[in-house]
Design a protein around this ligand. Structure first.
Ligand SMILES: [Zn+2]
Length: 249
C-alpha cells in the first residue's frame, strides 16, 4: 500500500465536514462473498437473464430459486470483515454521514453501520409476490432444493428476496436518499467498485462536480481513477482500517 496516498487520503478525510462512502463487491470479497461478475462468481455459472429477471420469476420460479439457494449459501454465512468494521467505526465517530452500497449482502448493517442505502436491495429481506407479506430471512437459510420455489404459506404465491433484478428500477427511496447524501457531501470514499455500473457511479461524479473530493480504494486502476483526487490501490480490508485509524487519530 502506498504510504503517501494513504496519508493524503487520511488528511482529506480528517478535514472533511461531510464524508460519505460508495461501496461495491470488492469490499465483501474478504468475507467470502465473491464478486458475481468475477471468474468463478455466480455469473460464471448462471445466465443472469435466465435467473435474475422478473420474467424468469414468473415463468421459471424453480430455476430462479436454484440460483437464489446458491446465492444464499454464499451470502448467508458471511460475516463483516475489517473493511465493513472501519466504515462503521468512522460513522460512530461522526466522520461518515452514510454509505451507499451496490452490495446485497447486508454486511454493512451487520458491522454496525446505521445509515446504509442499498442501491440493489438486500438478501436479508423477503416478501411474497402475491400478498406482499414479509418473510423471515432465517427461514430462507434453512430452505433446501425440496422446498423451492419458496411459496407463501398464506397465499401460495412465490416469495422473493427484496433485491433489484435485472430490468427492475433502483428503488426510488434509495435514489432519493443517495442523491441527498451526495448533495451534502464534500468527500466520497469509493471502495471496492470499478465505477462501471450506473447510476451508482454517478455519485462520485456529482461530489466532484460540486468541488468535493474523491478518494478511491480499489485493487487496480478503474473507470474512476481519472476522477479521483487520491487512489489507494490495495484491498479494502487493508486500506479502510488503515485510513480510519489515521483519520481518527
Ligand atoms: Zn402471500
Amino acid at each position: 500500500m502506498d504510504e503517501a496516498s494513504l496519508e493524503k487520503a487520511a488528511g482529506l478525510l480528517a478535514r472533511s465536514k461531510t464524508a460519505i462512502a460508495l461501496t461495491g463487491a470488492g469490499i465483501s470479497v474478504a468475507s467470502g462473498v465473491p464478486d458475481f461478475r468475477s471468474p468463478g462468481g455466480l455469473w460464471d455459472r448462471y445466465d443472469p437473464m435466465a435467473v435474475a429477471t422478473t420474467t424468469a420469476l414468473d415463468r421459471a420460479p424453480r430455476q430462479v430459486w436454484e440460483f437464489l439457494l446458491d446465492a444464499i449459501s454464499v451470502i448467508g454465512p458471511a460475516k463483516p470483515n475489517p473493511a465493513h468494521a472501519a466504515l462503521a467505526r468512522l460513522e460512530a465517530a461522526g466522520r461518515l454521514a452514510g454509505i451507499v452500497t451496490q452490495n446485497i449482502d447486508g454486511l454493512h448493517q451487520a458491522a454496525g453501520s446505521k445509515n446504509v442505502i442499498e442501491f440493489h436491495g438486500g438478501m436479508e429481506r423477503y416478501f411474497c409476490m402475491g400478498c406482499g407479506r414479509a418473510h423471515a430471512p432465517e427461514a430462507a437459510l434453512s430452505l433446501t432444493r425440496a422446498d423451492i420455489p419458496w411459496r407463501c404459506e398464506a397465499c401460495g404465491a412465490v416469495v422473493r428476496p427484496d433485491i433489484v433484478f435485472f430490468g427492475e428500477a433502483i428503488p426510488l427511496d434509495a435514489l432519493d436518499k443517495s442523491g441527498q447524501l451526495a448533495l451534502a457531501a464534500d468527500l466520497i470514499i469509493v471502495a471496492g467498485t470499478s465505477g462501471e455500473v450506473a447510476p451508482a457511479n454517478l455519485l462520485p461524479r456529482e461530489v466532484r462536480a460540486r468541488g468535493g473530493t474523491v478518494v478511491e480504494i480499489n485493487l487496480t486502476e478503474s473507470a474512476l481513477t481519472g476522477l479521483a483526487d487520491v487512489s489507494i490501490f490495495a484491498a479494502a480490508e487493508t486500506a479502510l482500517p488503515a485510513l480510519a485509524e489515521r483519520a481518527l487519530s
